[in-house]
Design a protein. Structure first.
Length: 123
């Protein structure tokens, strides 16, 4: 059986970078929830989500980010999405998530925003 969804993470200074692979939906969302819970337990609130290899995201998958964003922002952090596929971007736009979260071209650009303490680009 092929892996339907995979999360890889790496740390760059005080920023946690997640790479998502496959399909993020109601069945795979608990995997991401677990990873985010572990990250927040380490008081890491600056998070980059790289979606270059994410094929699809459902509303349940997007709900994972909504579940955590208040706590993250209350702790002077944010979630930045980078390298988003056009299909995934269209889902973000359809559900209005592009108005809530920053979508940037690359990890480096997101890192620059965090380093400059620009937590929200779309304010």
């Amino acid at each position: 059986m092929d892996v339907k969804f995979k999360v890889e993470s790496e740390r760059y200074e005080d920023i946690e970078i997640f790479k998502l692979y496959g399909i993020l939906d109601a069945h795979t969302a608990p995997t991401l929830e677990k990873e985010l819970n572990q990250t927040l337990a380490k008081n890491a609130y600056k998070i980059i989500i790289n979606l270059k290899n994410l094929e699809y995201i459902s509303s349940a998958g997007l709900g994972v980010f909504m579940e955590f964003i208040e706590e993250i922002r209350n702790n002077n952090g944010d979630i930045k999405f980078v390298e988003m596929d056009e299909k995934v971007l269209s889902i973000f736009e359809l559900l209005g998530f592009h108005l809530i979260f920053d979508i940037l071209p690359s990890n480096n650009e997101a890192i620059i925003y965090f380093k400059n303490n620009n937590l929200r680009r779309n304010v």
